[in-house]
Design a protein around this ligand. Structure first.
Ligand code: DP6
Length: 332
């Protein structure tokens, strides 16, 4: 039996990964810090079996080919090499949240795939090695392997580039109010965005200043200093989107409702409620606040024209897997 199911949470980057020093291995241009998102998850089953003559990928029950399938097969090839396994796989993956909209679905997708594939192939890797492996599938996935608040040290090569926990999920009761303004797939993938980052005249400045922002963010998390966190998180998000908007060709992930949410967050803060925003590669806005403010802020955000819904997530744990027994193979 070579089947296992992996579970993992997406993560929200507090300090962003944008641009690679090595696009193939996903060695990033700068370090990043994120928080895993409890309540949102990807569940992926990997079943290696001699009956398959190629890898078959199913997302939400629909077979997928092309780039997505190639990225998945490339990761499985690494697992097969390490395990000495010569079997193709059937992969069934489900998200309980909308994909492709700036909730980092590729992070949880590749983290769940990595733990499921290693578990199914009976490969016992350290968390560091799981994180390195997940990184080769999608950079941000290396931060969904460990739990809680996670830093991705950029490193110089495959060995030294991985994510590790800087504080457990229980350390700080923050809430991410995820404001959905669009569920359409984005026009430009993060993969293509990373490749364009260097063409922005602002990217070098963003990277040069990243160690300082990482220090501030790490310290703010350790000290549970929300004001310091809010300042550096918004600065870092604005810097990433400045690079995005000034790359060649320029990209723009925002929509009118994205800006309306940014303005509302500033207004709520002016009135004395601790809150900040951050935006990944999509139009949806992650509004982060201490737990006690979450209900009020969610209710305010829900009233904004163009907001479809607001999901809430607390700091989440690490990726994990279970080995499937015969009767659990969904696709049988
Ligand atoms: C804006 O990890 O999705 O969310 O490695 O090409 O899969 P690939 O990129 P991905 O990039 C994430 C970009 C971001 C910022 C972040 O999560 O740090």
């Amino acid at each position: 039996m070579f089947s296992a199911t992996g579970f993992s949470h997406p993560n929200i980057a507090l300090i962003k990964y944008w641009g690679n020093r090595d696009n193939r291995l996903r060695i990033p241009s700068n370090g990043s810090i994120s928080m895993n998102l409890d309540g949102l998850y990807t569940r992926t089953q990997v079943w290696f079996d001699s009956q398959f003559d190629h890898d078959e990928l199913f997302l939400e029950g629909h077979q997928v080919s092309g780039t997505a399938q190639n990225r998945v097969s490339a990761l499985l090839d690494r697992v097969r090499d390490m395990a000495g396994l010569a079997l193709y796989a059937n992969i069934q993956s489900h998200n309980n949240f909308p994909t492709g909209t700036g909730i980092a679905s590729s992070a949880s997708a590749f983290a769940a795939l990595t733990v499921a594939a290693c578990c199914a192939a009976r490969l016992e890797l350290s968390q560091r090695d799981l994180s390195r492996l997940a990184r080769t599938g999608s950079g941000s996935a290396c931060r969904s392997i460990p739990g809680g608040f996670v830093e991705w040290q950029p490193g110089d090569d495959d060995e030294t580039s991985y994510g590790f926990t800087i504080a457990p999920a229980s350390h700080w009761e923050l809430v991410d109010c995820i404001v959905i303004v669009s569920q359409d797939p984005k026009h430009t993938s993060s993969e293509d965005g990373h490749a364009l980052a260097e063409s922005s005249p602002l990217q070098n400045t963003r990277i040069a200043d990243a160690p300082g922002r990482l220090d501030i963010c790490r310290r703010a998390i350790k000290m549970r200093d929300f004001d310091a966190l809010a300042k550096v998180v918004e600065l870092d998000s604005n810097l990433m989107h400045a690079v995005v908007m000034t790359s060649n060709p320029p990209l723009l992930y925002w929509q009118p409702a994205t800006l309306a949410v940014i303005q509302a967050v500033k207004e709520i803060r002016t009135q004395g409620t601790a809150v900040c925003y951050t935006i990944d590669a999509g139009p949806n806005v992650h509004v982060i606040c201490p737990k006690e403010n979450a209900d009020y802020i969610s209710a305010q955000l829900n009233q904004i024209h163009g907001v479809q819904k607001v999901l809430t997530a607390h700091p989440g744990g690490k990726a994990r897997c279970i080995i499937d027994e015969d009767e659990n193979i969904a696709s049988k």
